[in-house]
Design a protein around this ligand. Structure first.
Ligand code: MRU
Length: 351
């Protein structure tokens, strides 16, 4: 899923997104016409996944400048979009790129330049993820040779093409290995509370990649039983020292993987590395609504969309959306420039 990746596309002076709040049940495309539309789509997670959040913010700037492209309008769009979600640094990376491209230009030239810059971010993300796929495939290829049997992989959340502008990050090596004929199977954890693992299962099913959905709490046991050869996830922000924030639950998998000698990799583009952030303690962790814990969404017996309350609204619930996996637990970070030890990211700071 690359050239025609439908997560975000431009249609004239509008943007069309695949509304991920309706997946995996319904494929619904939504038009974004204004800055507010783009900000709401990010905040309400109609688009999600660090690279896609960044690309949507870039297109959000282009939407904002349709009506007015003054310095004030550019600054306003930047402020509104930066405030949507705090953890994925790709948002800030993309908005920095938009500012660099647009601020020096006269207002008259900004609208066209904004579309071009947003399109470049989108294309650049797809290309970076394709390269991640190739670097990661090499790891899977040598592991498959060593094992001499189908590989058993595990992932968490959704870091596939849905979360990006093409290919995905953690799923890119899996897609590349599958396409190369390397036999593999993926354990997909459901990823409570928002169940992004269901999006991963949906993607893998469409691509014909063998997979099994598991409850989040099953991961430790499967790792202990020797039923997993390698764990791979994406990231939302990687600090300069390699500490990596990703969807909550990632840290527990990394701990269990280390305890049982299973390599744990992060796959993420350079745009996810925040060299201004010294370590994981400095990464802002999004706290989302307690109702995401108290409610679950699915289909009712008639196949209609349904929301079910599993805890009363007086039950205290806390909902940190991300956690931080210390660099020391990572076997490596796969980015578009290759595979790096988590403590060796300085090599790509200026790329
Ligand atoms: O809250 P989400 O769904 O935006 O979180 C997504 C993740 O944590 C992904 O694993 C991460 O962004 C990597 S996506 C390529």
């Amino acid at each position: 899923m690359s050239d025609a990746c439908p997560t975000i596309t431009r249609n004239g002076d509008e943007v069309v997104i695949l509304d991920q709040t309706c997946l995996p049940w319904t494929e619904r495309f939504v038009r974004l016409d204004t800055l507010t539309d783009a900000a709401v789509a990010i905040r309400d997670m109609q688009v999600r996944g660090a690279p896609l959040i960044g690309a949507t913010a870039a297109f959000g700037v282009a939407l904002a400048l349709k009506t007015e492209a003054s310095d004030a309008a550019l600054a306003h769009a930047d402020t509104v979009l930066r405030a949507t979600r705090p953890t994925a640094v790709n948002l800030h990376w993309a908005l920095d790129r938009m500012q660099d491209a647009l601020a020096p230009l006269p207002a008259l030239e900004r609208p066209a330049a904004a579309w071009a810059a947003a399109e470049a971010i989108r294309a650049g993300d797809a290309a970076a993820n394709a390269a991640i796929g190739e670097h990661g495939k090499a790891i899977l290829e040598s592991l498959a040779q060593a094992k001499g049997r189908p590989l058993q992989l595990m992932t968490h959340c959704n870091a596939g093409w849905l979360a990006t502008c093409g290919h995905g990050t953690a799923l890119a090596p899996i897609y590349a290995a599958h396409a190369a004929g390397i036999p593999l199977h993926v354990y997909v954890s459901e990823t409570r509370p928002r169940n992004q693992g269901l999006l991963t299962a949906w993607e893998l099913a469409r691509a014909g990649v063998p997979h099994t959905l598991i409850a989040d709490n099953a991961a430790g046991w499967l790792l202990a039983e020797g039923r997993v050869d390698l764990v791979i996830t994406g990231a939302d922000r990687i600090a300069a020292n390699g500490d990596s924030a990703n969807k909550v639950g990632t840290y527990l998998k990394a701990l269990a993987a280390r305890a049982h000698g299973v390599p744990f990799y992060i796959a993420a583009p350079r745009s996810t590395i925040d060299f201004a952030c010294p370590n994981g303690r400095a990464i802002p962790i999004e706290e989302r609504s307690a109702d995401e814990v108290r409610l679950i969404h699915g289909l009712d017996e008639q196949g209609g969309a349904a929301c079910l309350r599993i805890a009363s609204d007086t039950t205290a619930a806390c909902n940190p959306a991300f956690d931080v996996t210390p660099a020391g637990l990572l076997a490596g970070i796969i980015c578009e420039f290759g595979v790096f030890a988590a403590d060796a990211l300085a090599a790509i700071e200026h790329r």
